[in-house]
Design a protein around this ligand. Sequence first.
Ligand code: IP8
Length: 280
Amino acid sequence: MSVKPTVLKLGGSVITNKAKTLTPSLPTIERLTKEISRANVSPLVLVHGGGSFGHPLAKRYAIKEGYRKGDASQVLGFCETHQAMVTLNKLVVDVLIQNNIPAVAVSPSSCVVTKSGRISTMMQELLKRLLKNGFVPVLFGDAVLDSDLGFTILSGDQLVAYLAVRLKAARIIMGIDVNGLFTGDPKVDSSEHLINHITLEELRRMLARIGESKVTDVTGGMLGKIAELMPAVEKGIPSLIVNATKPNNLYRALKGERTVGTLIERGEKTVVRKNQGKKI
Ligand code: IP8
């Protein structure tokens, strides 16, 4: 694979109706697929979130917290959570194929093991081969086996950053349901505004101020998203957060055109002189 891939996440809040359990947003999936098709970016890896498919079930059976010995209902809950994600994934992949995108479903529960919630092993060879042959692998946040916890929930966000680093991606694009990262909550203080560009160092200083999503999201909302992206940004992979609920934003982002959103880049490292603590 000579050209570096783009890793694109379609947020669960974008492709499902988060207020209604097991309800997809089919018109949005179709619109986004058309934008992806028009942008014609290759190689491309797609990851989608759980939205109203994975999250309510994961929460009901406390899958993220791990296996409670002897709790057979939780074991079935693992299966139900995974199966809900497979159902959503099938909807997404079907629409992609209908739009001539050579999408292949790759189920994380079949190729990833985590350790205390972090990816410890993943069969990457398969993904590399798929990309080399022009396919678009479509992964998703999933219920996965965990060597410490028995099982857990792997977020699509963790997967995105992991894949971007391992596949030496050119960039990450996160299509979510807000415009990006704000200096604060504009609903509380109207002077708070969207951050168009932020470096890692600026981000670290800001992190404490980012609130967690209020809706059911077992993997941490915006705070979790940003924290997951940071290791990839540290490796020099720029990450762009865009509002994929608004038509053409994703298309523009994929084409590298200017769009409303937040670009997180490594930026220049600030050198701190020893014993003085002064920035130079
Ligand atoms: O929506 C979580 O993935 P995310 C998926 O990317 C499940 O956080 C199964 C809850």
